[in-house]
Design a binder for this molecule. Sequence first.
Ligand code: ADP
Length: 264
Amino acid sequence: TAHEVTCRPVHGPDGRMAMLVFRDVSDLEQASEMRRDFVANVSHELRTPLTALMGFIETLRGPARDDAAARERFLGIMEAEAARMNRLVTDLLSLNRVESEERLRPSDPVDLGAVAGSTLKSLEPLAQDAGVELRLTAPKEPVVVPGDADQLRQVLTNLVENAIKYGGSGGEVTVTVEPSDRDPAVRGPAARIEVADKGPGIAPHHLPRLTERFYRADNHRSRQLGGTGLGLAIVKHIVNRHRGRLLARSRPGEGAVFTVILPR
Ligand code: ADP
């Protein structure tokens, strides 16, 4: 543990004495170390596309000035790098918002089946491009939880996008919405949303760290696919805000399953 020591003058019966005050500051130190790491990570993540952009601007001014084909190709890469920066900033702002709201529990009635249905519909083009089939299993009657519809849509979007991205082409992603009267994970009535893919899965030692900001199980693949490394951190905070639980399980080679359990 770390201690902060301060010295205070006090008036004792025989005059002035000094009092040393020890305060345990381990938590504070840990928090400020995490903040420093975070700032270093964000700077690094932003600098990578920025360096590429600056390099291409230089090339367009110089060697590629009169080469129309090269110019077109470089502009395409620059567009992709700018889009990456944009995604990163968007994710940072979402994370910031949900983190600052974490104490306030949202309470609008949200029908999870309807949210899942509309989310899958909007991700259909992405799935088609990746050659992935999306399936939804939900009961006919609404499965309603108190929550924030936009944020729960974000949870589903991030999980399903990951399942499409990492699940491998030709695969299948299944989303299941299921109510239960008593779920041991939240000790009461709950609803479960399960997102399962049939991709390569995740090695067990990565599982506990996936929701850390910028943690990537497969760094190369995440970057290649344009991942920011913040998707699951955002999911985790939104689930916390709903007083729910997020579980991940995977058998390497047999796909990954992410389960969100929300109290009803
Ligand atoms: P990213 O933007 O990199 O996708 P996330 O926070 O959404 O960041 O996910 C963290 C990491 O977890 C990913 O980089 C990836 O390595 C791993 N991951 C997430 N979902 C899956 C999945 N369905 N199958 C395999 N790996 C996954």
